[in-house]
Write a protein that binds this ligand. Structure first.
Ligand SMILES: Nc1ncnc2c1ncn2[C@@H]1O[C@H](COP(=O)(O)OP(=O)(O)O)[C@@H](O)[C@H]1O
Ligand SMILES: [Mg+2]
Length: 320
């Protein structure tokens, strides 16, 4: 009997080498072979920069019964490939369905579900950003008792001002009635605002409510439609824990300002357990910079003014 030589053995080892990175977008709800209009320019930019693209059906994925159909257009691939999603926010459950579905076809989303949730849910993000973000308390929302528990936790803010959001989003365009509470010790006001927030979020409420200490931020202007104060804020994107780009956050308001020093945020970014995420930072009135929130990079919007092509070109340098 002859012994196998190395040359005989090597082809038998199934090497799951990740070869390529795809970008995944939502398809147009009315034309399944086209991309969702809102992502048409990103889709083009991805292609121009040499990335291959995939489409799936967002409505199916987020439906109760048809989520298994969402990727039916996508054929299983022979080699394992990386996939980066760019599109609308998904709940961790929906993301998990998408992740499993794609993996069964040999496409691996850049973040697993835990990594997704790390930057998607504020309570999960806190462990990475606690030192640089406003003090926060939170409570999962189940019933009216949850509100009472949250109000109890809010007592630590005394009569300071606070802001409210669910685990993912605020109702910042209803600033006065569902987001900002000028005196946290005014329990009736606080409760009204929490209830307004829950009502406005409706079926889109994410998990629970967060109450955060309000910090005076450096004003830019007042939002022309909602009256919300627009303050000096920036959105940073990180890929593989490295800073890719920093954008002015708002469309309105003058940013004739020097871009902030990002060193300390780059240090924090190194410890965030996610392969692609956004970090929103803001300047306090006293000049200090703080973190407002993290977001999964796959569902964080690019500011309208941001050059799509440049973004994908930059990303290409970080994707290997
Ligand atoms: N702790 C805070 N103090 C002062 N302003 C805040 C605070 N948190 C958020 N804001 C303001 O409210 C806006 C919305 O808050 P954010 O947490 O980003 O909610 P959303 O997820 O809806 O974008 C921020 O862009 C910022 O201008
Ligand atoms: Mg935000």
């Amino acid at each position: 009997q002859s012994r196998d030589t190395l040359a005989d053995i090597i082809p038998k080892i199934e090497l799951k080498v990740i070869k390529e990175t795809y970008f995944l977008f939502c398809e147009n709800p009315f034309e399944s072979n086209k991309v969702d209009e809102d992502y048409a320019d990103e889709f083009e930019s991805a292609k121009i920069n040499g990335f291959r693209t995939l489409l799936f059906n967002f409505d199916d994925l987020t439906s109760e019964f048809y989520f298994k159909n969402a990727t039916k257009q996508i054929k299983a691939s022979e080699n394992l490939s990386n996939v980066i999603y760019r599109g609308w926010m998904l709940t961790p459950k929906q993301y998990s369905n998408l992740y499993e579905d794609l993996l069964s076809k040999n496409y691996k989303l850049i973040n697993n579900v835990t990594e997704y949730q790390n930057c998607h849910y504020l309570p999960d993000s806190l462990e990475f950003i606690e030192s640089k973000t406003p003090k926060s308390v939170f409570e999962k929302f189940e019933n009216s008792e949850s509100i009472e528990k949250l109000i109890e936790k809010t007592k630590k803010f005394g009569s300071n001002s606070v802001i409210l959001k669910d685990y993912v989003k605020s109702e910042k365009h209803d600033w006065e009635t569902a987001c900002y509470v000028s005196d946290a010790s005014n329990v009736q006001n606080l409760k009204n605002s929490i209830e307004n927030l829950i009502r406005l979020r409706g079926k889109y409420l994410n998990e629970g409510i967060v109450v955060r200490e309000f910090i005076e931020l450096n004003d830019l202007t007042i939002h022309s439609k909602s009256g919300m104060p627009l303050t000096e804020e920036y959105r940073l994107f990180f890929f593989n824990q490295k800073l890719v780009e920093i954008y002015d956050y708002w469309e309105e308001g003058k940013y004739d300002l020097i871009k902030p020093e990002t060193k300390e945020f780059e240090e924090i970014g190194k410890n965030v357990k996610s392969n692609f995420f956004s970090m929103d930072i803001a300047r306090e009135k006293n000049g200090n910079l703080i973190i407002i929130e993290l977001g999964d990079g796959q569902v964080a919007g690019l500011p309208d003014k941001a050059e799509r092509n440049e973004f994908y070109k930059k990303l290409k340098n970080y994707i290997c």
